[in-house]
Design a protein around this ligand. Structure first.
Ligand SMILES: Cc1ncc(COP(=O)(O)O)c(C=O)c1O
Length: 310
């Protein structure tokens, strides 16, 4: 496993050593969480001797929209999807990464000022690699419904993946961990089920896969979109509609999706087992397929992958 702090990183338009990529304690982005980010996985296929980036165009599009929202003009002016992906490929290539890696990409206000605003400030981009294995238990998670509610779109748009918004994630995740659960399931202000602390959520009822719509204060997850496509390709009906809390306890299966957790089955919510408390057949099928797709072992989905090595 590589040492992330020994690698080259991308910082303020150039590749430098990790130890040289630092910001000041007076940095405005650091002081107020004024940044936007995404996390992208690259999966190494030992048979193919190839490292595959998963859907970097989609990550770029979402980050671009967040940067537009935050008036990060340097990013929106200087970066196209092509340039963004070129930097990602160079980052992975120059570090000679031959194992699974997580690329954390952050755009942030790069000023030294105590004024809290976006306009009139310059922004910068930072990318570093992290050797992220399984972010959560993929063998069946125990979740709890959080007492912390998801921030509303009119306060802090969840679809933008804004750095400061992850205080909300930390509250719900911490509460879940301290209560002995693996992960939190979060409701919005109206009481609808929206997400895990940092994952999208799906439930299965009577053979239909259900997930909240993008208008229910969720992050428009790249993995969510991929899993909807994969499930429909397998013949499952997938519908996007609001989910009541009690449907969690009634569900036949529940799973979370995200770049970090990939497809992660949930076997218990609060003190209720989901069905018989074991991993259900639909999530098992999707988990297996998704793992093969991201490694380039399902050629029908290779248009989602960008190979790093020529
Ligand atoms: C709040 C939240 N929801 C969902 C996701 C999953 O999104 P994606 O599949 O694009 O990684 C994340 C990812 O970090 C997240 O932070």
């Amino acid at each position: 496993m590589f040492q992330y702090n020994q690698l080259k990183v991308y910082f303020r338009d150039q590749f430098v050593d990790f130890s040289q990529a630092n910001i000041s304690i007076a940095n405005t982005g650091f002081l107020y969480g004024l940044g936007a980010f995404t996390g992208i996985r690259a999966h190494y296929n030992t048979k193919h001797k190839q490292l595959y980036l998963f859907r970097p165009h989609d990550h770029f599009q979402r980050l671009y929209q967040a940067c537009k929202l935050c008036y990060f003009d340097s990013f929106t002016t200087n970066f196209t999807a092509e340039k963004f992906i070129t930097v990602l490929l160079e980052l992975l290539g120059c570090n000679n990464i031959k194992e699974d890696a997580y690329v954390r990409v952050t755009t942030f206000v790069d000023e030294q000022s105590i004024g809290v605003q976006f306009n009139g400030y310059k922004d910068a981009l930072a990318m570093f690699l992290y050797p992220l294995g399984d972010y959560v238990a993929t063998t069946g998670m125990k979740c709890t419904v959080s007492s912390w509610r998801r921030v509303d779109d009119n306060a802090m748009p969840s679809r933008a993946k804004i750095v400061g918004a992850y205080v909300n994630t930390a509250f719900s995740k911490t509460e879940a961990l301290l209560s002995g659960f693996d992960e939190a399931i979060v409701l919005d202000q109206t009481g609808n089920v929206v997400e895990g602390s940092a994952e999208n959520i799906f439930i299965v009822r009577d053979g239909t896969i259900i997930t909240p719509p993008v208008t229910d204060n969720i992050l428009e997850g790249v993995t969510r979109r991929s899993v909807i496509t994969i499930a429909r390709d397998q013949g499952w009906q997938v519908i996007e509609r609001s989910i009541d809390r009690s449907e969690l306890y009634f569900a036949d299966e529940i799973f979370l999706t995200g770049t970090a957790c990939r497809v992660a089955p949930v076997v218990q919510v609060d003190h209720y087992p989901i069905s018989d408390g074991t991993i259900g057949p639909i999530v098992q099928q999707l988990q297996t397929l998704y793992s093969a797709i991201v490694k380039g072992d399902q050629p029908d989905y290779n248009n989602w992958l960008v190979p790093v090595y020529q």
